[in-house]
Design a protein around this ligand. Structure first.
Ligand code: CP
Length: 303
């Protein structure tokens, strides 16, 4: 396949191949080799219809480290504002001889839709509350780096599961690799179908944290809340926020993750986010190697 649209479409061996390729690129980066010529004849457009810091910069850096030609499109400053459709926008970009499109879009399935209507290779950089495949890959890669393996590890994803593309992609990726997965949060922020994915629900934060090896903390997706979900931010923090006191009271030392952006003092306090148990910045670092691996492997299908 020449697209990465979601973890749902991957097999376990695809993930392992991406990790082995990322290992190679991480080693190259660590040797202070800033550029490899792998994608010298490839042009990539980063097409972002939603805000991003980590994903956008990480893809751009990965592309540049692979020597691809890169153009960046941000919907807010584009002719989308004048009424141009998604397909027209992307086809106009592709007519400039672009080979791959990395796209973030607020609508679930936008990448799948686009892949059926344009010729380029499509990489999903987050589609609404649906999937964020490269985030899940870098999350699992970071667990593997920290704990040696993902198989058999107990991972709890805490927070707004209902609106989170990170949660869904992580669940698919972790289950494929043989991890045990629980989700934890207020019932109103946990979708009804979640147990059908082989995931357990735990509404008590302390029980969930005492069970797990890894806690992946998510923020409340305020931009996707279109009705008033219980609880309020203050109630949420009281029941589901992780602070140092909670961390220190647990039976064992767990690994703390967060995809970012963090709302410090809401789902996680600074003394947890910045603690030695946190691998949040390692996740960001690993994002570049993972995205280099994904782009490299997809480009081999279109060359
Ligand atoms: N984790 C993540 O997707 O962050 P950005 O929204 O900043 O890209």
């Amino acid at each position: 396949v020449k697209h990465l649209l979601g973890i749902k479409y991957l097999k376990e061996q695809d993930i392992q191949l991406i990790f082995e390729t990322a290992d190679h690129f991480k080693e190259v980066i660590n040797r202070s080799i800033k550029k490899v010529p792998s994608l010298r004849d490839i042009t990539i457009a980063n097409v972002f219809f939603e805000n991003s810091t980590r994903t956008k910069l990480s893809f751009e850096l990965a592309e540049k480290r692979l020597s691809a030609d890169v153009i960046n499109f941000s919907a807010a400053q584009s002719s989308v504002k004048k009424g141009e459709t998604l397909i027209d926008t992307v086809n106009n970009i592709l007519s400039m001889k672009v080979d791959m499109v990395v796209m973030r879009h607020p609508n679930p399935g936008a990448g799948i839709f686009l892949s059926k209507h344009v010729k380029a290779s499509i990489v999903n950089a987050g589609d609404g509350a649906h999937e964020h495949p490269t985030q899940a890959l870098l999350d699992s890669y970071s667990i593997r780096e920290k704990l040696g393996d993902v198989a058999g590890k107990k991972v709890v994803i805490v927070g707004d599961i209902l609106h989170s593309r990170v949660a869904l992609s992580n669940i698919f990726a972790l289950k494929l690799q043989g991890a045990h997965v629980k989700v934890c949060g207020p019932k109103t922020l946990i979708p009804k179908y979640i147990e059908s994915l082989g995931v357990e629900v735990e509404t008590n934060l302390i029980k969930a944290l005492n069970w797990c090896d890894v806690a992946n903390m998510l923020r409340i997706q305020n931009e996707r809340l279109d009705i008033s979900y219980f609880p309020t931010t203050r109630e949420y923090t009281q029941q589901y926020g992780v602070n140092k006191k909670i961390l220190d009271s647990l039976d064992k030392e767990i690994v703390i993750m967060h995809p970012g952006p963090i709302n410090r003092g809401v789902e996680i306090t600074s003394d947890v986010a910045d603690s030695k148990q946190s691998i949040i910045l390692n996740q960001v670092e690993n994002g570049v190697a993972i995205r280099m691996a994904v782009l490299y492997l997809l480009a081999s299908k279109i060359k």
